[in-house]
Write a protein that binds this ligand. Sequence first.
Ligand SMILES: *Cc1c(COP(=O)(O)O)cnc(C)c1O
Length: 377
Amino acid sequence: MNPKIWLSSPHMGSEEFNFVKEAFDTNWIAPLGPNVDGFEHDLEKFTEVKYAAALSSGTAALHLALIMLGVEAGDEVICQSFTFSATANPIVYLGATPIFIDSEADTWNMCPDLLEQAIKERIVKGKKPKAVIPVHLYGMPAKIERIIEIANKYEIPVIEDAAEALGSTINGNAAGSFGQMGILSFNGNKIITTSGGGALISNNEKFINQARFLATQARDAAPHYQHSQIGYNYRMSNVCAGIGRGQMKVIADRVNQRRKVYNIYLQHLQEFSNIEFLPEPKGYFSNRWLTTILINPQNNNGITREAIRLCLEKENIESRPLWKPMHLQPVFQNYPSYINGISEKLFDYGLCLPSGSNLTEGDLNRVLINIQQLFLN
Ligand SMILES: *Cc1c(COP(=O)(O)O)cnc(C)c1O
């Protein structure tokens, strides 16, 4: 059997271990310490956002962001439907109702027109949404400027889910830097990883101070343990942050490499198929976290995305259908949704190809040859 080719596996550089070793040598093994401060500083510099709080996960960051915006049981929060469930789960943790919005065709992210329609309708029904959560899925930035313009018009704050989009920009501005708050993830499959972790970023210092407070059990200033609010154990450990500091030294290379992978697939698959890719709109720069393709069987000799996935799986190559929209998920299907059919089509036709920055030329050739054979048979 050929060795496994993963969809997106961790890719360590040469510095991570030094930062982790320093944490051990100095006995900073707690959820605070110089690596946590250093990693936050690296994130602030890289995203050009003023403040960052390193947390235990991207999900924790979203949970805290919603809490700080005052989301409570019975409230409504607008959420992109085409995403990973972690975007929507924290809304339900708080007893609030997610209102799902479908995608537009240019970026596959939240459709601004449907967003405005939904806001208007929810207001007529008597409930103004408490927040809007657009996602920069697969690293492609959403039409965030229009989304924010609409949200501002109705004075609704925006939390950007940039979990998959560290290194992505619009006209040079980082994904995650446009809204009141942005969240990042450093889970094992993301463009950089701390083995597990996340961050909240914001230009508003109040949010970040409050996030750090809530993430360390909401301890009031007193010599004994005193609490006037419910707290959480959501801070990133100094060991994990050490991995993060090492990864931030190579983030630019990781983005370049993922973009190279995308371009190799683009060049070679277009020769013999009518597979579609997702080009960048003008001014948009995607980190190409995952290369995503659309295979409409009507234009591709009846070949489906599932046929490609199974063919690759037989060869020990991991690929995966695009995210199944939240409005189709058994756990979320009864919540209100504003649907135009786009994310359902993306789910039917879409496949994520192996996209790791550590893939070799040989790995990519194996993927390409197997897909090519399917089309030539
Ligand atoms: C990974 C991911 C998250 C959650 O991040 P964790 O660090 O795994 O909790 C949230 N949203 C999206 C779109 C993601 O891909």
